[in-house]
Design a protein around this ligand. Structure first.
Ligand code: ADP
Length: 411
């Protein structure tokens, strides 16, 4: 890497999509920490279909968003199309200013506790984890291989969704099932959204003017997927997602916690197949299963019109959230802050208000005026008298991946 190489391309490869951001990690002029200026952002969707779509915004040049539609056969073609878009703005992947490519990798198992420079052995290990992440890791591997083929000389770094959770104590990570069976099949709670939980817990400490090692935070990452984590002094001690991202909170389309016997029942009594149950719990449950909508904006609109199904879906969502706030308060012993993040957490004031309503005895309260403020900045929404700070902290997984990637290749 040359001294002028300060750019990082962040790739988040899904099964039929690639999200990307090109960031410049040059320290700011004041000599502070890496700035993480966004040069370009974009998304390729519906890869493999006739109607693939690429949306690219060249932020560096201040240019408008460019959208192109037409078949993009596979990830290789997608990344080549992205490279062409970047080149058009003078930001091509062949630039000597590109320091590394950072890949979001969903499952890192127990082995990957930190970002890792990818070599053959690392790729093999990510591949070995496919049985526990069948939907995600294959797409991540394809993204890595494609990027390697485009720039074989460049460091490629894997940043794992599970890494932040590898500090969970054994009693929080292990399911209470037969140990031999669990170990033979690597069944345990891994947790996901780790990059976000790490970023948001650190930012929350910053908001409180403290070092992360001094604060205990409950992070509520409420997007379409949703998870909670208990972070003690900067280390994750519990999280709501488990072997897969299905466990825990009520999500847009996933059930979250459920009696596992429901699955036997569906097979034995309702005659559903393994795949039917999988689709039911992952795609047709949660808010969408309860009321037909998974967008919180639409659910709130329906509630305002008096829709009972939407109201019940909202109440179930909130009830689960409250249970996790209570549980993680007990796990942490002392809570300094509860931080809301991701699409719902950052934008849905009624969700934040309802989640802490009635929890005054636990030191939790939300100030209605502060909660109503719309802003992209980290902010406190609790009244001054409250013992526990309640915060809204916008997440930035791409920035976190870029920072971790850049730090690793500069180490
Ligand atoms: P993911 O990354 O998991 O796909 P996001 O974190 O982007 O999801 O969150 C998407 C969700 O955020 C949407 O499904 C919607 O429910 C919610 N959301 C986004 N904007 C708003 C808003 N202004 N008010 C309420 N909810 C919102």
């Amino acid at each position: 890497m040359t001294a002028t190489a300060t750019r990082v391309l962040v790739l988040n490869s899904g099964s039929s999509s690639v999200k990307y951001q090109l960031l410049d990690m040059k320290p700011d002029s004041a000599g502070g920490s890496a700035a993480g200026t966004r040069l370009a952002v974009g998304l390729v969707e519906r890869i493999g279909e006739e109607t693939s779509r690429l949306a690219h915004t060249p932020l560096a040049t201040g240019g408008d968003k460019r959208e192109t539609e037409g078949p993009i056969a596979d990830h290789e073609a997608a990344l080549k199309a992205v490279a062409a878009e970047l080149s058009a703005d003078g930001l091509g992947l062949d630039s000597p200013q590109l320091a590394a490519i950072g890949h979001r990798v969903v499952h890192g198992g127990l082995k990957f506790t930190a970002p890792t420079v990818i070599d053959d052995a690392v790729l093999k290990e990510i591949e070995r984890l496919v049985p526990v992440a069948p939907l995600h890791n294959p797409a991540n591997i394809t993204g890595i291989r494609t990027a390697q083929a485009l720039r074989p000389d460049l460091p490629q770094v894997a940043v794992f969704d599970t890494a932040f959770h590898t500090t969970m104590p054994e009693y929080a990570a292990r399911y209470a099932i037969d140990v031999a069976t669990a170990d033979a099949h690597r069944i345990r709670r891994y947790g996901f959204h780790g990059t976000s939980h790490a970023y948001v817990s650190r930012k929350t400490a910053e908001l409180l003017g403290k070092d992360p090692s001094e604060v205990n935070v409950i992070v509520l990452h409420l997007g379409n997927g949703a998870s909670a984590s208990a972070v003690a002094g900067g280390r994750c001690v519990d999280t709501s997602m488990g072997l897969t991202p299905l466990e825990g909170l009520v999500m847009g389309t996933r059930s979250g916690d459920i009696d596992p016997a429901v699955t036997f029942h569906l097979k034995r009594v309702a005659g559903m197949s393994e795949d039917d149950v999988d689709v039911l719990l992952n795609k047709k449950s949660g808010l969408v299963g309860l009321c037909g909508d998974n967008d919180m904006r639409e659910i709130r609109r329906r509630i305002d019109e008096g829709d009972e199904r939407a109201r019940l879906a909202f109440d179930i969502y909130i009830h689960r959230l409250k249970k996790y706030i209570g549980a993680y308060t007990a796990v942490l012993g002392r809570v300094d802050a509860v931080a809301f993040t991701a699409g719902v957490g950052e934008n849905a004031a009624p969700v934040r208000a309802a989640a802490v309503a009635g929890l005054e005895e636990m030191g939790l309260a939300v100030d209605a005026d502060l909660n109503a403020v719309r802003s992209g900045e980290p902010r406190l929404i609790s009244p001054e008298y409250a013992r526990v700070a309640v915060a809204v902290v916008p997440t930035d997984e791409e920035l976190e991946i870029a920072q971790q990637t850049y730090a690793l290749v500069n180490a």
